[in-house]
Design a protein around this ligand. Sequence first.
Ligand code: ATP
Ligand code: MG
Length: 363
Amino acid sequence: AATLSKSYTLTLLPGDGIGPEVISVAKNALQLVGSVEGIEFKFKEMPMGGAALDLTGVPLPEETLSAAKESDAVLLGAIGGYKWDNNEKHLKPETGLLQLRAGLQVFANLRPATVLPQLVDASTLKKEVAEGVDLMVVRELTGGIYFGKPRGFGKNENGEETGFNTEVYAANELGIDHVGCRVIVVENNNIQFVVENGNASMLWRKIVTNIASEFPDVELSHMYVDNAAMQLVRNPKQFDTIVTNNIFGDILSDEASMITGSIGMLPSASLGASGPGLFEPIHGSAPDIAGQDKANPLATVLSAAMLLKYGLGEEKAAQRIEAAVFDALDRGYRTGDIYSAGLKLVGCKEMGEEVLKSIDSKV
Ligand code: ATP
Ligand code: MG
């Protein structure tokens, strides 16, 4: 093994349901790839979500947040489950996730949606439409209508019930946001779509156009959100990077994920201007299969690859993990969610072991 030239502290937040199962696989993959690449990882495992609620009474204990802030990157499993759905204290495990994102100030959420050649048949779209889709949705994560004030629910002057929300974006937030996106845009064939609508979009358009002018090799197009939603299922290959606000990004990234057809395969990254990034699979805690060794760990393993690439700048190590995932798929291993006849059906642990073998065999 190479001598360990670099050392990083990673906070692991296994969370609930299948979270601990998939985090354990990703941890092993990181450890092995670290030993190959000469990188030492110090793991700090902390309670979060329902697990933390049971243990400490809050979904994001202070010790967990401070450990996350002090580390080089954070890898999260999944949060929540039926058990906490009717919580007397109205403290939901998911509120811990919002607090964590706010605490780490991660405002840019990156969600790749890639149709892997091995899994084309899993797509909800026809093969010729799905084949070769490789896009990234960049969603603003900490502003917009989910946080804007004023908001309310009450009665108007005619006594009718009314409800309202406000979308607010400040120019400086968007500026930082798009500085955060530079790298992504340049790495993806330099085509960027900005999805917008309504009045806050005038600010988006102005700022994005200004920033794009500093990057002449970035091709910038604008698209309204209703059209983007339609184009995503009509011809997803036209998209490369989609940059959009919080609510549209929420919706479009879910739509894009269904094109790939495999929720158990999709990673995500949330980045700020500085400080540790937050990396997690897009799926939830899957309480229906938790504890049964059925979960697909690859979304979390690929999140670990994003952690290496975007969180630590360890591009080679990231590529090693991605290549190992593809190799395990090429060798026919499948968890239940991506299984089709004639292939090798395995559980979470065994899939993890096959990824480790693939890392080993490529050294
Ligand atoms: P959330 O509200 O946190 O998004 P959810 O309950 O809406 O969670 P998931 O927990 O992601 O959704 O589960 C949706 C379905 O997908 C379930 O049937 C679950 O078993 C399945 N699923 C989710 N993640 C995986 C995985 N990694 N491997 C296999 N199946 C999964
Ligand atoms: Mg849900």
